[in-house]
Design a protein around this ligand. Structure first.
Ligand SMILES: *[C@@H]1O[C@H](CO)[C@@H](O)[C@H](O)[C@H]1NC(C)=O
Ligand SMILES: *[C@@H]1O[C@H](CO)[C@@H](O)[C@H](O)[C@H]1NC(C)=O
Ligand SMILES: CC(=O)N[C@H]1CO[C@H](CO)[C@@H](O)[C@@H]1O
Length: 396
């Protein structure tokens, strides 16, 4: 299909060139080439192409072209092409897969090939020796220092427009910016890193991860020993796959993750009404994923005293008090529930704590329950008081 597109466009060019060259002898073929391929050609410029067929061909000349390399394909340029095709400007663009500089020079935008990074000219390659850009180096306000691939480059330059197009949010909407960051950090950055051969951590991994998006795209290339080495079908399949996964993820972040963030933000802002310490946050509805949002919102809202406890109702209408962990990927808590309560249940726990109707405190001290909101809050308060008296009681 893509090859067909490529042949078609070159044929159109040759045919137009021959015809017009005979009509307009004074123009040399080079200037016609430039004239026909410059995007801003108008129909009046082409008045010498009078028949309907010729006009049609002329219109086809203005179909946008996205250039990328041919041969083995990788996740980064597949994703870059998918991104571009979501934009109104490139919606119907042909994808020209080639390494021929002459063909690439006719493209409106070129990704992952050409040895050039120049956004003004829409050239987005990252293979040249001189290229070492990361998100942070190009946008100092963003934290990511992973070297960019063509996916990240296109996302950086067109991502907001892409998300605005896909979500109908305005480009300057705060929510769009949050989604934009999230999708770089949780989708595109990985593709950049894999393509640039940057491993996730130092040392030898304990096991191999062979199902990443990048590796699944890799598997769509022809096998070394298969008769056909044609990559066109595989490229198309890969674009469909990365596209579906990206849209799926965007939909998840938009309709599940973002609403949770709003719930957490509201609860953080109202936390002083729960307890004047500001260290306890209450959700009137359980089930809301809060951890990641809490960490990022604490920073964003400049919460000075770290939040220690979360209160929420469980599925039985009883209340939970849960400790905020020290970090996203640790079982350590900022402050665990009182040591002497851990692993104790019901009556025994109520007796021990002096808090009526306690249900349990987990043996590791990270979560506890009481039949009521007040009871759960009291468990948090008592732990805070104990910690204030003897700070060493803190984390476990
Ligand atoms: C122009 O492009 C359209 C769609 O890509 C195609 O169907 C049509 O045959 C083309 N016309 C000419 C004259 O090449
Ligand atoms: C890529 O395209 C060029 C011409 O543009 C061709 O010479 C080369 O054989 C192609 N390579 C592969 C691997 O298809
Ligand atoms: C301290 C406290 O408020 N404990 C509560 C635990 O749950 C029971 C049952 O609903 C309440 O009566 C207690 O007051």
């Amino acid at each position: 299909m893509w090859r067909f597109a490529l042949n078609r466009s070159t044929n159109i060019f040759n045919r137009s060139l021959n015809k017009s060259a005979t009509v307009l002898p004074p123009l040399n073929s080079q200037s016609i080439l430039v004239c026909l391929l410059s995007g801003d050609i108008t129909r009046t410029d082409l008045s010498f192409m009078s028949s309907p067929a010729k006009r049609l061909r002329a219109e086809n000349m203005s179909v946008k072209k996205i250039g990328t390399h041919n041969g083995t394909f990788h996740c980064d340029e597949v994703l870059a092409c998918f991104f571009l095709r979501q934009l109104p400007e490139y919606k119907d663009a042909e994808i020209i897969r080639t390494r021929d500089p002459a063909l690439l020079s006719e493209c409106d935008i070129v990704v992952d090939v050409g040895g050039e990074f120049d956004p003004k000219k829409h050239r987005y390659d990252h293979h040249q020796r001189t290229f070492s850009e990361s998100y942070h180096s190009l946008c100092p306000e963003k934290p990511w220092v992973t070297k960019l691939s063509s996916a990240g480059l296109v996302y950086l330059h067109f991502g907001r427009q892409l998300l605005a197009q896909l979500t109908q949010l305005k480009e300057d909407n705060r929510q769009l910016e949050v989604l934009y960051d999230k999708l770089y950090e949780n989708f595109v950055e990985e593709v950049d890193a894999v393509d640039n051969g940057i491993s996730q951590c130092d040392g030898e991994a304990r096991y191999s991860v062979s199902t990443t998006l990048s590796s699944r795209v890799g598997h769509l290339n022809p096998r070394w020993n298969s008769k056909s080495q044609d990559t066109e079908e595989g490229f198309k399949k890969a674009m469909k796959m990365v596209g579906e996964e990206f849209l799926d993820r965007l939909d998840f972040y938009r309709s599940s993750w973002l609403p949770a963030r709003e719930v957490v933000e509201k609860a953080i802002k109202e936390r002083n009404q729960v307890d004047p310490s500001g260290e306890v946050v209450l959700f009137s509805q359980g089930g809301c994923p809060w951890k990641e949002h809490l960490f990022s919102l604490e920073k964003e809202l400049q919460v000075e005293t770290p939040i220690k406890f979360i209160l929420y109702p469980d599925q039985n209408g009883q209340w939970r008090v849960q400790c905020v962990p020290a970090g996203l990927n640790t079982f350590q808590n900022r402050l665990s529930l009182l040591e002497e309560w851990r692993g104790v249940r019901d009556e025994a726990l109520s007796k021990l704590s002096g808090i009526k109707d306690c249900i349990f405190v987990h043996a590791s001290g990270f979560i506890g329950g009481n039949k009521t909101q007040e009871g759960a809050l009291e468990m948090a308060r008592r732990t805070l008081q104990a910690a204030a008296q003897s700070p060493a009681n803190g984390s476990s």
